[in-house]
Design a protein around this ligand. Sequence first.
Ligand SMILES: [Zn+2]
Length: 465
Amino acid sequence: MTLFLDGAGVSGTAFFNLLTISGDDGGLGMNDDPADHTLLLVTYTETAGQPATADRLNTLVNTDFGTPIVITAMNGGNDPYSGTDVTGNGTTYVDSSSGSNIIRVVYDVSQACGKGLALYDTGHNTIATPNPVILYHELSHAFHFATNQLPFPQTACPGNTTDEPAAEIDENVLRTQLGLCLRDVCNHDGTTGWGSTCGGSLGDADGGPPAGGCAAGNNGGCFIVSASTGSPQSEEVQQLRVLRDRIATASGLSGRLIDLIYSEYYQFSPEIALRVEQDRMTRQAVLAVVVRPLLAWYALAGKLALDGRGPETDAAARAIVAACPIFLGRARIAAALSAVQNGEPLPDGAARLMGELSDKIREATKMRIAAWAILDPLARLWHAAARGEDMIQAVSNWLAEAPLQAVTPPGHQATLDLELASLARLLAFNPGVKPLLGRRLAVAWPDAMEAMARHGFIEQEIRHG
Ligand SMILES: [Zn+2]
């Protein structure tokens, strides 16, 4: 109970970096932290025979040091806790600002916002430094902090009294495992650029630098939720990030769909957010009509997908209805949302706010993937609240229309099977969803028909003549 991923940041990327450090060990997992839902708890049951870096990870996860270690992965920008710019860098320190000690590992996963991050070998050649290597280096410092061995004793660089040589010696252990060039352990300098990989592996795909640079990546945040709640670090933003990362890492297919949603979302949301930020009335209206109901919807969908049906999902369904106050006029809002979706004129009496933003919202409705992710559930939930319909069924209907046809399925058979199996697990809460989804995917993914049938996305029919 020691190692955590921070919801403020791109924790999905951090998870994939830990997976590389574990030697792709299936024993690595993560869970919500019941005590603090802005954090994800890393769990690890190490499989026998994993490499040395997995042993270190096992120690970090399963030893009670008395001080938690929290990993924050950033798409460039400032460390939200210390304020220092971490672009092209990583940093590990003890944060006592909350009254108790937290060992913070904050590292940049954008490769210096897409410029590349290179270090030096003993011949002063530049060498590649993929994100798992940066993280493993920082985790070495974290280990030394946690075990009170700072600086960690070493003889490789006489006269150097910092913790860097020991962290660089550890870093080279992971580099060796991946077949990457080895770092000069007595040289702490770095530069931008990609450097040589020496033919080694960069580790598991981790999302890489955000398309459109660090600013577009926005650390996985949500402009409109940030604007309406008044902070990119608000509880609402953090909850959304944590849920997004859990769904993205639960299946490669859902992860790539989420990437597509964000890339569309970033095309129209900054302008809406700017307008929302400008006055308090607008902010509160967006919070009440859009953000709170939608977050309640995503929370229910997330619970159904990750934990299945149970008393908690019934409570989550009631929370959506509670997030749609009757005094706002549920049927009126539902009708206005349907009009926006269908490109019809807004009904009389629709909120002034929606009128002002309607051009931007109409633009958003043309983006099919973002419209499915945002406008579609919003209309569904207000209609369901107005009519007293079953929210769990409404979420099922919505998921059955997930635009997964926009995602390219993996060509490799074993990977495709794995990804369909993990997608099937996410949809297991309602057996009706898979065949509906499968019917559309069969058209979009003709080469994946057999695999989809194996995982129940296509009902095996009796063949005629
Ligand atoms: Zn260091």
